[in-house]
Each structure stands twice: as C-alpha cells, then as structure tokens.
Write a protein that binds this ligand. Structure first.
Ligand code: AKB
Length: 341
C-alpha cells in the first residue's frame, strides 16, 4: 500500500491547530506531523504520526523535518497575535515574518524534491486591514480584499507582508535564475480570518479576544471587564467554520483561485450585541466596560465586516454558522458542558 502523504501543522498547539488536527485526522488523507514550541498534549498525540516540540526559527529543525517527511501540505499556523505583538514588535516580526520565510523556503525545497507543488495554507487575518477613522470604517462596510490595507499593528503588517511573500514564492521566486519559467513552485493559499471563537479554548495574545473571553468568563460565573467600547464592531467566526475554510482552501482547484488571500465571513456584531448574546445564555453574567484605549483603537482600525464574495465564487465558500447557530448550537452548549464538571 502506498504511504499517505504528510501534512505539517505549525503552531499545532494553538486554538486553530488542535481543531485542525482533529479535522485532518477525520479526513484521513494525510499523516499529520506537528510542530509547536510546547509539546502537544496527550489527547491529540494519537491522532498524529509525529509531533515535534521546537521553534520555527530553528532552520536546522526544519531541515530535519523536510528530510524525514514527504510533506505535501503545510498549514503554517504559528504566529504571535496582535496584542502580544505590540508588546514585543521585534519578536513578532521574527516569528511572523522570518518564521514564515523559513517555512516557505522549506516548502519550496520540498516542491523541487517532489517535483510537484507543495500546498502552503496560511491563515492571515482581518488585522491585515487598517482603517484610519470610524467614519471610513462605516463607509467601507463589508470590506473587499484590496481595500483599507494600512494595518496599524506589527501583527497586521506581518500578516499582510506574509501574504505577499507567499504570492512571491508561488509566482516569482528566484525569477532571474536560468529556466525560472519552467521551475515548479509551491502553491500558496491564504484566508483572512475574522476574530475566531472556540468553545474549547480561550485565546490569548489577540485583540479580538474580548468576545471569547466574555463568553468563557460568563460560563464560569466570573466577572468580565470588556476592553473595547460597546459600539466597537468586527466580524467573528466560530471555530468549525475556520476549519471548514482551511479544508475548503486545501481542496480548491488551483486554476479557480484568483487571489492570494481571501476574506471569509460568518457574522459581525458589536461588543454590546455580543454582551446581549452572552446574557441571553448566561443571565447572571457580570460584564462591564473598562475601555483600554490602545487595544480599542486596534479593534476600531479593523473592518466592521468583510465581503467574501470572491471566496464564494472561486471555491464555493460559505459559513455554516451564522450568528444564531454559532451561539445556540455550537458555542453556548459546548461551553456550558465544558465548565459543568
Ligand atoms: C488577534 O486578535 O490578533 C487575532 C486576529 C484578529 O487575527 N485574533
């Protein structure tokens, strides 16, 4: 029997990573190899072929990974998010840009070795956008991929640049070398995620975290002070849809893809509307507002919603979880069950 190809997941221990391991395992097409700074917890290890604890900045380790595994798909999830990134911008640049460059280089050398394009799936973010004023944010409404691209965080700058790096590796890498037009290059695909909400994990280091944080706090009967204004609005997405987007992008026929990075939307709501949803499920929730001006400004610079018509057209994207279903069928029951015991 032929060996199944390998999919590498970096940042596998993060909130997207753990759900992606489960989805890829169910899918069954790939043997899963993971890389994360911290060892993968016991629960997920049996789902993986091999797990590595290490740093994406360690080029020797990446060379070892490439030498030992015929990696055909890379899900490069490792990143330092927007709030942590502002506390240490140089570290964010190292991880988000240099780390991504190392992974792209590894995927390109595997592409040459296998003589077919390795798929490189990259989660970008609404942080790639930067809208100067609330009036312009209102005017943009559902933003298109080519609008408002002046990110104000190091993380956003890094994500936008990494999208360009991926496009460069796919289309133009080493364009001056002999036979460049004939050389096979990696296959870069990316989605710009809204704020993600998982029932399993409380995110850390991000700025869209106020949504999931207030929900998880309410379920544990803990008070929560929201750091953005009640009217602050960004798009959010439930984790199963984030995984659906990554799998959909993996499977999309290459010739249908017209953008290096696609918006994917699910629902959009203000912090006040988020509180209303949380209080409907947990009537005793104690949620107040204590605005952190700097973090609130980051959220204000992100779009109120995204136009995902390109993804719908090119690879038939559509979210399964609109706002009602996300809260009533996924988040609230799963979070309740999680903290019940
Ligand atoms: C963050 O808040 O930094 C992330 C994101 C929106 O990409 N959740």
């Amino acid at each position: 029997m032929q060996k199944r190809p390998v999919a590498l997941i970096t940042g596998a221990n993060g909130e997207i990573g753990r759900s992606l391991i489960e989805a890829l395992h169910r899918d069954g097409r790939y043997r899963i190899v993971t890389l994360d700074l911290s060892p993968l917890p016991e629960k997920w290890r049996p789902l993986c072929f091999e797990t590595y604890a290490g740093n994406i900045l360690d080029r020797y380790l990446l060379d070892q990974l490439a030498a030992h595994h015929e990696i055909e798909a890379v899900f490069h999830l490792a990143a330092l998010l927007s709030t942590r990134g502002e506390r240490d911008p140089e570290l964010a640049h190292q991880i988000n840009v240099e780390g991504t460059l190392h992974l792209l280089r590894m995927a390109q050398s595997l592409t040459l070795r296998l003589d077919r394009p390795v798929k490189f799936i990259f989660p970008s973010s609404i942080a790639a956008y930067g809208i100067p004023t609330l009036a312009q944010k209102k005017e943009f409404g559902r933003i298109r991929e080519d609008q408002g691209l002046e990110p104000i965080t190091m993380y956003g700058v890094n994500k936008l640049y990494a999208e360009h790096l991926g496009r460069y590796f796919m289309r133009h890498y080493r364009m001056l070398s002999a036979n460049s037009e004939k050389s096979v290059r990696l296959d870069f695909r990316s989605v710009r995620f809204p704020g993600l909400i998982s029932a399993e994990t409380v995110p850390s280091g991000g700025t869209s975290d106020y949504g999931p944080e207030m929900l998880h706090a309410a379920a544990q009967n803990k008070p929560y002070a929201c750091f953005v204004a009640p009217e602050a609005q960004i798009p959010f997405m439930a984790m199963p849809d984030a995984i659906k987007a990554l799998m959909g992008l993996l499977d999309a026929p290459r010739e249908k893809l017209t953008l290096p990075a696609y918006n994917v939307g699910a629902f959009s709501l203000t912090a006040a509307e988020f509180v209303t949803r949380v209080k409907k499920a947990f009537p005793n929730a104690q949620i107040t507002f204590a605005i952190d001006q700097a973090r609130a400004r980051i959220v204000d610079s992100w779009p109120a919603d995204v136009d995902d018509s390109a993804a719908r057209r090119d690879w038939k994207w559509s979210a399964d979880y609109g706002i009602d279903r996300a809260f009533d069928e996924y988040l609230v029951p799963a979070i309740r069950a999680r903290y019940r015991d």
